[in-house]
Design a binder for this molecule. Sequence first.
Ligand code: HEM
Ligand code: HEM
Length: 192
Amino acid sequence: MEKKFTKLYRVWHWLLAFSVLGLLITVALRKTFLSWRTNSEIIQTQLSQSGIEVTHEIAKATAKAIRSGMWEWHYIFAVILVIAIVIRIYMMLTKKAKLPIIVFLQAESRDKLKYGVYMFLCFFILMMTISGVILYYHDLLNLTKDTVGWLKDLHEDMMYGVLIFVVLHLAGVFKHELSTKEPIVSKMIHGD
Ligand code: HEM
Ligand code: HEM
């Protein structure tokens, strides 16, 4: 394998980090400030205080319309994530990187924990991408309502896997930065 912090490796890492953090932010907004459940109630209450009664359906459609501009970013970040995955596949095909599971299996025992975290992080990100793309094209793929519902639940539940391993990764990076002399974060930005 080539030197670790090459330009391509850094581009791959930051595209991956940027897109995953972006995707997590869109989900956080969807579940809080732009939640259709909360906002449809606000719409109904506010309008009714002004003497305008709207049905639950109209309030729900309005809340979803307000959310939709933000949610487009879920798909924009998804495209960036797919580009990062394609770069990683290219790196693996040209022997510039290895499959995370192989890196884990070949790692010395003192590095197993670190590479174990990367392996699970990459696994969950890949699963999110596959399930997300299938969900996005569910009409084209003629999926049944049950399958779409199952995929949605899977996509949503696996997000917690991504969250847990992102937090473990960041904790590991900061611990390394603080407890050793190697400036690992600046190496990931500027190179070796
Ligand atoms: C959601 C966000 C992030 C994801 C998904 C992510 C993902 C990854 C992955 C998969 C690796 C292992 C690469 C490999 O060797 O195959 C890695 C390494 C690394 N990441 Fe991140 N990363 C994220 C955010 C960050 C942030 C914010 C920082 C800096 C503060 C950072 C700093 C590093 C460093 C320094 C390494 C190299 C560690 C080493 O080889 O010892 N990452 N990252
Ligand atoms: C780390 C990556 C990702 C995370 C954490 C993530 C998270 C989520 C979550 C939690 C939901 C459910 C939101 C809710 O119903 O409240 C969701 C929905 C969805 N995601 Fe992702 N996602 C990721 C990647 C992707 C990718 C790569 C795509 C590909 C296009 C995608 C497409 C979708 C679609 C189509 C939905 C359903 C939207 C709807 O029902 O309105 N996601 N995502």
